[in-house]
Design a protein around this ligand. Structure first.
Ligand code: AMP
Length: 310
């Protein structure tokens, strides 16, 4: 069985339904990716590496992870922290705004739980994924240990996968981000950047510029996402452009990139070519953006993916 680990934060999501009604669910970039991967590829062992608390929302979250058939062996329980939370409001024009409570969340402590025994267990995996959001969430004081762990996993033959997924508000400044991203690109075997993510940081505006920027790094597989425009892949020295069929009825793009990542990596772990993997990943992302919320109903998703030939 192939195994992939997703390190990061899952949060409680609250969405205003009316003045007195809130809808509660769970979401976070790495969690979203893990869910969509597992829904398409049940034979790929898919684990979350995160920290929750001992509270009832943490217990509900753990139950949800299990109901999505994710491996929770590396979901740690912090003694006195609780999960992060965010609230989504939609104004009269359909514009969404987000308010976060995540600056003291349990997930910030995840690296504290990565002892030698855990790292040894993770070393037998095939891929280890983290994002720019994961990097921003882990505490500054834990970064050295985090990078040493990533080096250890890489040396053990685990493919390191990085999606820059840039969220400015999570970082002190762009110098801090760039320093962390440099380490991530230096160790990554696979990266899945979106053009938009790199625009603010590096003044990059095109897929070609992303490929150019990443040239000095020894990354075996680069997948550049650019909304409905196209996807460019570079595997070794082979550069390919893939056409995406644009979706006209876009409802909510929140987890498009996450769904893309999960299905792409699941397809690659299941032996699909980069071209097949991009088409399946784009189908997944195109399906997810036609429904509200980060995690769409399982039946709608699976029907679309079965039609796509998963
Ligand atoms: P983005 O994060 O905006 O680059 O989007 C991630 C992925 O979602 C893209 O690579 C596409 O596969 C898919 N996607 C985003 N927007 C659209 C759209 N309007 N129509 C079809 N697919 C889309």
């Amino acid at each position: 069985m192939k195994n992939i680990y997703f390190l990061g934060e899952c949060m409680v999501e609250l969405r205003a339904m009316s003045e007195s009604k809130l809808h509660q669910s769970f979401a976070g970039d790495v969690y979203n990716s893990a869910v969509y991967l597992k829904r398409c590829y049940p034979d790929v062992g898919t684990s979350l590496v995160t920290a929750l608390g001992q509270d009832s929302l943490s217990k509900q979250m753990l139950t949800r992870f299990k109901s999505e058939e994710l491996n929770t062996q590396f979901v740690f329980a912090h003694d006195d922290k609780v999960p992060g939370m965010y609230y989504i409001e939609t104004d009269d024009t359909g514009e969404r705004s987000f308010t976060y409570w995540r600056s003291d969340s349990a997930a910030k402590k995840v690296v504290d739980f990565l002892n030698a025994d855990i790292v040894e267990q993770l070393s037998s995996g095939d891929m280890f994924f983290f994002s720019g959001i994961s990097l921003a969430v882990i505490e500054e004081s834990a970064r050295d240990k985090f990078w040493k762990t990533i080096e250890q996993l890489k040396n053990a033959g685990v493919k390191i996968v990085f999606d820059p997924n840039y969220r400015a508000r999570l970082w002190k400044d762009t110098d801090e981000t760039k320093a962390q991203y440099h380490l991530a690109f230096s160790l990554a075997d696979i990266t899945l950047p979106g053009v938009e993510d790199l625009t603010t940081l590096y003044d990059i505006h095109s897929v070609e510029a992303v490929i150019d920027y990443l040239k000095p790094y020894k990354i075996q597989e680069i997948i550049v996402k650019n909304g409905p425009e196209s996807v460019i892949t570079k595997e070794g020295e082979t550069l390919l452009s893939h056409t995406i069929i644009p979706v006209t009825h876009v409802v909510d793009t929140t987890s498009a990139g996450d769904a893309f990542n999960g299905v792409y990596l699941g397809a690659r772990l299941s032996g699909r070519t980069t071209t097949d993997a991009v088409q399946l990943a784009a189908k997944a992302a195109g399906t997810v953006i036609q429904q509200p919320g980060a995690i769409i109903p399982k039946d709608i998703f699976q029907l679309a993916m079965t039609e796509a030939g998963i």
